[in-house]
Design a protein around this ligand. Structure first.
Ligand SMILES: Cc1ncc(COP(=O)(O)O)c(C=O)c1O
Length: 467
């Protein structure tokens, strides 16, 4: 069986309810599986799937290896060179950063990264998830308020749950008017913020990981200045999807806009374009000291070890040297190519008019300042998995994004572009999407009483039945 069918089959099998088959199981196991069956009921159980592109038999339109530093081996070479310069390195960090886990190498790398981004200090932590947990646990002081874009990452939401902020107020995604309303409502209801003795912390992302659009940061900064001119309104910007992708040598959106001094805290993650792991929190010396004293997820964990830090340095060395510039420039070119190629197909306009296929980012792409690697593709909600099956069986790896990663009713397929994707691969993606669209148009036009299930889904269901 080909790797895509194997992957789909194992995924489908994992979605079958288990509790009905567990008559003699322990209470403990039954209760766990009962909770998991609730996920299986709408096919949203997360499983350990093995993407078919990893076997070389399908195309990667899903991984986070955005600059292709991982697949091309460039990060490995840079990492091995870094290790070779430090042959006596330790594998262990030796403890928490505030106890025995500090060492001169990590301090040196942090300062290099801070300098690269034009920040006062940098603190390296084990992941972006940990970084957001640390930021929101440590930075808001009692009486502060957090105003956040409704689509910020789950790690920011989880971090906020542990924060000491008095209120947490969302605003509509990337909407400056809604942002103004949220700021005003906080100022109206919080006298200590109004009189300037407490702060509003604004939480946004440079590039939204599920929607692929870019924060209108300048506009939000202007609104903050206008509304809170006498108050303390500070920005926290998560640059996870902008690292390596936006700004000079991939420094991120804040550097691209030259507003380093106006942003209190930035978060860069290393698990995406930098093709390793870990994350960096940029801010003032006070921010760093607060993180080290108030963030339990930084205090009660082992510091990043030498190999982690060396891999991060290797990635940053590639950015700094300009070695990733061509890869960075390639991504918007590929996205542009995709938008033009799909728009040139006859079936596209019919499919989009009928609501069978939609790519919101392609609608006004010429007017967009930034085209980035994330491009969500929408079909009717009930067709979403059929489209996934169709893409997988056409040799295209792209993941469905479902609740809880996005709101219920907003499932979509997230296509991720990488600098090493070729035009021929993008053509294959376009052919697969248009093939699906044509099939669904034919099914819908044929109407009730005819074959209602597209071929790829029939194949997957047949595999299931025979398994
Ligand atoms: C916007 C954003 N912030 C934080 C994270 C978490 O980063 P990490 O994978 O390093 O934990 C992610 C990862 O998906 C992300 O997209």
């Amino acid at each position: 069986m080909d790797p895509s069918s194997t992957m789909l089959l194992s995924w489908m099998k994992d979605q079958r309810p288990k509790v009905p088959l567990m008559k003699t199981a322990s209470t403990f196991s039954r209760n766990l599986e009962e909770a998991l069956d609730a996920r299986r009921a709408d096919h949203s159980l997360f499983t350990r799937t093995m993407s078919a592109w990893k076997s070389g038999q399908a195309i990667d339109f899903c991984s986070n290896d955005l600059l292709s530093l991982g697949v091309g081996g460039r990060i490995r070479t840079a990492f091995l060179e870094e290790l070779a310069k430090h042959p006596n390195f330790n594998l262990y960090a030796g403890g928490s950063r505030m106890m025995d886990g500090n060492y001169s190498y990590i301090e040196e790398v942090e300062q290099e990264i801070a300098d690269f981004h034009g920040a006062e200090t940098a603190l390296l932590v084990n992941s972006g998830y940990e970084a957001n947990g640390a930021i929101f646990a440590a930075i808001p002081r009692p009486g502060d308020a957090i105003v956040f874009d409704e689509l910020v990452h789950a790690s920011a939401h989880d971090g906020m749950m542990h924060s000491l902020a008095r209120s947490r107020v969302p605003f509509r995604h990337n909407d400056a008017d809604s942002f103004r309303d949220s700021l005003m409502s906080v100022l109206d209801s919080e006298p200590m913020i109004r009189d300037g003795s407490r702060s509003i912390l604004v939480c946004v992302e440079s590039v939204y990981s599920m929607d692929g659009d870019v924060c209108p940061l300048m506009e939000l900064l202007d609104v903050a200045k206008e509304v809170g001119s006498k108050q303390s309104v500070v920005f926290i910007v998560d640059e996870a999807h902008a690292t390596g992708i936006l700004g000079p040598n991939g420094r991120g959106l804040v550097n691209a806009l030259g507003v380093e001094k106006e942003i209190a805290i930035r978060l860069h993650t290393c698990g995406k374009a930098l093709a390793s792991t870990g994350a960096v929190i940029l801010g003032s010396a006070s921010v760093r000291t607060a993180l080290m004293n108030f963030a339990r997820c930084v205090i009660y964990t082992t510091a990043p070890s030498f190999p982690t830090v060396a891999a991060v340095r290797a990635g940053y060395n590639l950015l700094r040297s300009g070695a990733t510039q061509a890869a960075q420039a390639r991504i918007p070119e590929l996205v542009k190519y995709f938008f033009k190629a799909i728009a040139s197909k006859d079936v596209w306009s019919q499919a989009s008019d009928m609501g069978i296929l939609s790519i919101p980012l392609s609608e006004d792409w010429e007017a967009r300042e930034h085209l980035v690697h994330v491009v969500p593709v929408w079909t009717r909600q009930r067709y979403n998995y059929w489209l996934v099956f169709h893409l997988q069986l056409s040799g295209i790896c792209a993941f469905p994004i479902d609740y809880p990663a996005v709101k219920k009713g907003e499932s979509r397929i997230r296509v991720m572009f990488h600098s090493d994707n070729t035009e021929a691969q993008v053509d294959a993606l376009v052919t697969a999407l248009c093939g699906f669209a044509q099939e669904m148009i034919d099914i819908e036009k044929a109407g009730e009483g005819t074959q209602q299930v597209p071929k790829a889904a029939q194949r997957v269901y047949a595999l299931m039945a025979s398994a």
